[in-house]
Write a protein that binds this ligand. Structure first.
Ligand SMILES: [Zn+2]
Length: 79
């Protein structure tokens, strides 16, 4: 079935996970990086944009805005 068939189907639902990109990213990180990433997220002194830069250095692309939303619980992960 083609994508257009899929999109035009009444049953079509956009592929949306229950989690945001930050949560999706954490599932791809190795344990060591995950621990540091979570520590950075919980470190209120670390600006979201800097965390995004640090992750980009490691080859993971995530925007500062996405991180900010996740930190404030305004993302799809909820509370
Ligand atoms: Zn989230």
């Amino acid at each position: 079935m083609g994508l257009l068939d899929e999109l035009s189907s009444e049953n079509y639902r956009p592929p949306k996970g229950p989690q945001c990109s930050v949560a999706a990213l954490t599932q791809r990180l190795d344990k060591e990086t995950l621990v540091k990433f979570n520590a950075a997220l919980n470190n209120s002194a670390a600006p979201a944009a800097h965390i995004a830069d640090a992750m980009e250095e490691l080859g993971y692309f995530i925007s500062g805005d996405t991180i900010r939303r996740h930190r404030k619980g305004r993302c799809r992960c909820g509370k």
